[in-house]
Design a protein around this ligand. Structure first.
Ligand code: ARG
Length: 276
């Protein structure tokens, strides 16, 4: 349990940190943090370039000043801190993340990315760090679409390269339109141009709650259970440092604190140690 007072304290500390950073912006770059002496990790002193597609709130999005914010962002920062590495984010299209890992252009990707067997062929994943699943979204006054089979021969919008896009591709007769981001796909539904969107439930629910996509609701049960992992190049030297840091953050309550910050509740149940 996180005490409210502690939560407020952390938020305030986070804020003053942001102000400090803002104050530094006008002048010289702040000096690099000193290497944690004797940190029990091979990552100490490293800089990790971490790719993300930042139009997936509450996991990753851009704040008012263009800075990256979200659950994944906070978690990755905490992992870097724990491992003694500096995290530098790089915004990329979602379907560009795996190719960028393969060429070594980035060291890791955190982007609400589902651990799948298909992706495991080309990249490695950290231990699971979030339980999610796909949901169908439809117009609020739609009473016909309730399950996957109701989507046959319907017009469906999805984000390119996602597990939602894969699901839609398997539906007989469906006319699938792909978008560069989940918000664009949801906007298409809100505008009445498609019958449904298949997307990660927490992101669709967040978009509905934020009021950004009026007239949209989620139907039925989740279509899948999926686990997010941090993706790494197959031969990454950092996988152990990342998994150890994740284990520690889950164990010591830091994970729960970040979870509560972005979802307003405590994490439900335990995460499995592996997803597949
Ligand atoms: N979980 C889904 C997948 O792995 C969607 C992830 C989309 N993430 C993003 N940042 N746009 O395919």
């Amino acid at each position: 349990m996180i005490k409210r007072s502690q939560f407020i304290k952390n938020t305030v500390l986070g804020l003053s940190g942001a102000l400090l950073l803002a104050a530094c912006n006008g002048g010289d770059q702040p000096a690099a943090a000193p290497e944690a002496d004797g940190a029990a990790s091979s990552a100490a002193g490293d800089t990790w370039t971490v790719g993300t597609e930042p139009a997936f709130p509450p996991f990753e999005s851009q704040g008012d000043g263009g800075e990256l914010v979200g659950f994944d962002i906070d978690l990755m920062e905490a992992i870097g801190e724990r491992a003694g590495a500096t995290v530098e984010f790089q915004s990329l299209p979602f379907d560009g993340l795996i190719p960028s890992l393969q060429t070594g252009a980035i060291d890791a990707a955190i982007s609400g990315m589902t651990i799948t067997e298909e992706r495991e062929q080309t990249v490695d994943f950290s231990r699971p760090y979030f339980r999610a699943g796909l949901a169908i979204a439809v117009a609020e006054d739609d009473e016909a679409i309730k399950t996957l089979s109701d989507l046959e021969n319907k017009a469906i919008a999805v984000q390119i390269g996602t597990t939602g896009a894969n699901q839609a591709a398997d539906i007989p007769g469906a006319e699938v339109s792909t978008f560069d981001s989940a918000p664009l796909a949801l906007q298409e539904l809100s505008n009445g141009n498609v019958d449904a969107v298949i997307n990660d439930a927490p992101v669709t629910l967040d978009a509905i709650n934020s009021g950004n996509i009026p007239g949209v609701k989620v139907v039925g049960e989740l279509l899948t259970e999926e686990y997010y992992g941090i993706a790494l190049p197959s031969d990454s030297p950092n996988i152990e440092a990342i998994n150890t840091a994740l284990d520690e953050l889950i164990e010591d309550g830091t994970y729960a604190e970040i979870y509560e910050k972005w979802f307003g509740t405590e994490p439900e149940g335990e995460l499995p140690e592996s997803a597949l």
